[in-house]
Each structure stands twice: as C-alpha cells, then as structure tokens.
Design a protein. Structure first.
Length: 125
C-alpha cells in the first residue's frame, strides 16, 4: 500500500503529486525545488543557496517519514546549467558524507519556476 507523506517543513506540492510516497520500505521523494517553505520564495539566487534549500527540503520530508539522509540510496539532480555542477556538488557533500547514494546529475532545458536546481531522492530502510 502506498502512503503519501506530507510535512509543513517543506514546500507544498505545486501540482497533482505528493511530496513523497512510501511503498513498503522504500520512500520516493518528489523533485524538490529550492523554495523556503516559510516564505514561499527561493532561498537565494545562486546555485549553492538553492542546492542547500532543495536538500533541506528533502531532509525535512525524509524526517517526516522517519528516514534520514543516511537512508537515501539514489538521487537525481537536475541543473539549469551544467557549469553549476561543481558548486552544487560542494553543498551536496555536506548532506551526504559517507556511504553516499547513487546519483545522476545532468542539465535540463528548464526547471519549474526558473529554479537553478531540482533534486529528487529514493530512500530505503
């Protein structure tokens, strides 16, 4: 049975989807934009600030479901500009310090709301 997950500590979904869905021991976290849930605005205009907020949103959703960043097994990082890969990676390393998850990272044409980054995650207990 699939269990939708919702927390006020991450931005509400901007469409017909859940912040995350738990299916058995797996948790699928929808792509997170760098929106500060307290203000509804981007956390900043540079890739470092936006990456930090997107990952903070993911961490909040994980925690709401009883998971941690250590439970993440796969992420996908969407970048508006592949030139932002290195600074994104520096911030990413603050959240995943050991036993890092598998990851795909690539540039895309556009990200919703004009964000510089969007990140999704899959966690498993």
């Amino acid at each position: 049975m699939n269990q939708p997950i919702h927390t006020e500590n991450a931005p509400a979904a901007i469409g017909p989807y859940s912040q995350a869905v738990q299916a058995g021991s797996l948790l699928f976290v929808s792509g997170q934009l760098p929106i500060d849930p307290a203000t509804g605005a981007f956390a900043g205009e540079d890739i470092a600030a936006q990456t930090r907020q997107a990952l903070t949103n993911i961490r909040s959703i994980l925690e709401a479901a009883g998971y941690t960043c250590a439970d993440v097994v796969k992420t996908t990082v969407l970048l508006a500009d592949i030139a932002d890969f290195a600074p994104m990676n520096e911030v990413y390393a603050e959240f995943f310090t050991r036993n890092c998850p598998a990851r795909a990272a690539f540039a895309v044409k556009d990200i919703p709301k004009g964000a510089l980054v969007e990140i999704e995650a899959v966690a498993c207990k």
